[in-house]
Design a protein around this ligand. Structure first.
Ligand code: C2O
Ligand code: CU
Length: 463
């Protein structure tokens, strides 16, 4: 029998009240907890500014951290109290296609006032996140995103603290409010909507007191629309232990860390700064470096640093098959400002760049600016797939595949770390490979949200 805690008692009271009310049909004994997207106020800017009107999950920015054990079941009733239709996409976690949250592909967008029940099992431990997938260039710029943390079955590495740090950038007005202009084609054709205000977990002054030689797991998530973060630790030394949720075979010494939109890094760091000093996480921008997180060192946790951590236990991702036997596809990325593209297919006909921009598209995949009717590739379940992606544009892009993690295949055939989002430089060609083991229709798009809305989106089918 479950002990009666204060919490279960409180729930019982709520149920009793509801039963006594007028809508008995709305009472379900095992109802999933709600995750409600709604407007709220949040102090994003310094206290001398008014609060910012944001869109948040459960009224918070970022949304609540959802934590569950590996193999556990996540159930949430998404309640849409926003004036726009929406969905929730559970980024990077390999789940049932029907729960992937892509409007028009895996579900209908949830209209204002409506709900949708998400219910799935999480196979992999690690750092994931959730965000809307409808008008995400606006809805995420207004604040909608949150962390999804799946805890290792073995309890994970020994650390003194485990912190989730969601890095975001915002475009704020002089009054500290979210600037409009979400459909600004100049942004869309360039680097995307880059903000003028950076926060960690919704605050410009994320801060902790730590002890010298204490060890911390920091789960970094880039939730920005389009900003690429280049990070360095000062007064902290350690290792990268996972990328995009997936453990590295061996911890890599932490140096400069580049996080494209949607990418994650789990780092394990020891505080090496002296007592009385501060340690920092620094973000390098064009005009210098800024501390986006600070740690003041109060005392010594132990007399010296701990040893190198063991690698995290691997997740059950299938091994790549023989690359010679893999199904192959090519993806050419074109368009944008300063590119060579003169036009692309839209609505079944060829359109010039100017007309395309008038219709809200400025990029193309394989010559198509619309979401294509046919998948880029159809794979049989269990088959290995290789996709050669060429970035023939003047901009970097962050290519994200849904439902699967892939490895980048180097020219000599060696496979890189498992990732779900790949940062590609201008002019760069990259080959990715993965086992198509998850049936359904899966997006492949640029996670710079103005780019995907502007034409950088396609999909794959696994049958
Ligand atoms: Cu983070 Cu298509 O998504
Ligand atoms: Cu892009």
């Amino acid at each position: 029998m479950k002990p009666v805690t204060r919490r279960t008692f409180g729930r019982g009271m709520v149920a009793a009240l509801a039963l006594g009310g007028l809508r008995p049909t709305s009472v379900h004994a095992q109802a999933a907890p709600d995750l409600t997207a709604r407007e709220s106020l949040h102090q994003l800017a310094p206290a001398t500014y008014p609060q910012t009107q944001v869109w948040g999950y459960d009224g918070t920015v970022p949304g609540p951290v959802i934590r569950l054990p590996q193999g556990g079941r996540l159930t949430r009733r998404f309640v849409n109290e926003l004036p726009q239709a929406g969905t929730i996409h559970w980024h990077g976690i390999r789940i049932d296609n029907a729960m992937d949250g892509v409007p028009g592909l895996t579900q209908d967008a949830v209209a204002p006032g409506e709900t949708f029940q998400y219910d799935f099992t999480v196979p992999d431990a690690g750092t994931y996140w959730y965000h809307p997938h409808n008008r995400s260039y606006e809805q995420m710029a207004r604040g909608l995103s949150g962390a999804l943390i799946v805890e290792e079955a073995d309890g994970g590495p020994e650390v003194d603290s485990d912190e989730v740090l969601l890095l975001d950038d915002w475009r704020l007005t002089e009054e500290g409010q979210i600037a409009g202009g979400f459909g600004n084609m100049h942004d869309w054709a360039h680097a995307g909507r880059i903000g003028n205000w950076i926060t960690v977990n919704g605050t410009p002054e994320w801060h902790r007191s730590v002890q010298q030689h204490s060890r911390h797991r920091l789960r970094l998530v880039n939730t920005a629309n389009a900003r690429i973060f280049t990070l360095e630790a000062q007064g902290l030394a350690g290792w990268v232990v996972a990328l995009d949720g997936m453990p590295l075979d061996a911890p890599q010494p932490l140096g400069r860390l580049v996080l494209a939109p949607a990418q994650r890094a789990d780092i394990i760091v020891d505080v090496t700064a002296d007592i009385g000093e501060e340690a920092f996480l620094v973000s390098f921008e064009r005009d210098g470096g800024y501390a986006i997180a600070s740690f003041d060192v109060t005392a010594a946790a132990r007399s010296e640093r701990l040893g190198t951590p063991a690698p995290l236990a691997p997740n059950p991702v299938p091994q790549l098959g023989r690359l010679e036997d893999a199904r192959t596809a090519k993806l050419l990325m074109e368009g944008g400002a300063m590119g060579r593209m003169s036009g692309a297919m839209m609505g079944g006909r060829m359109m010039g760049m100017r007309d395309m921009a008038g219709a809200g598209k400025v990029w193309a995949f394989n010559g198509m600016a619309d979401m294509p009717e046919q998948p880029l590739v159809t794979a049989e379940r269990g088959e290995s797939v290789r996709i050669e992606i060429t970035n023939d544009t003047a901009w970097p892009h962050a290519m994200h595949l849904h439902g699967h993690h892939f490895r980048r295949i180097a020219a000599d055939g060696t496979a890189g770390a498992l990732r779900d989002t790949l940062l590609m430089d201008r002019g760069e060609t990259a080959e990715i490979a993965f086992v198509a083991d998850n049936p359904g229709d899966w997006l492949l798009h640029c996670h710079m949200l103005e780019h995907s809305a502007g034409g950088m989106m396609t999909w794959l089918r696994v049958v």
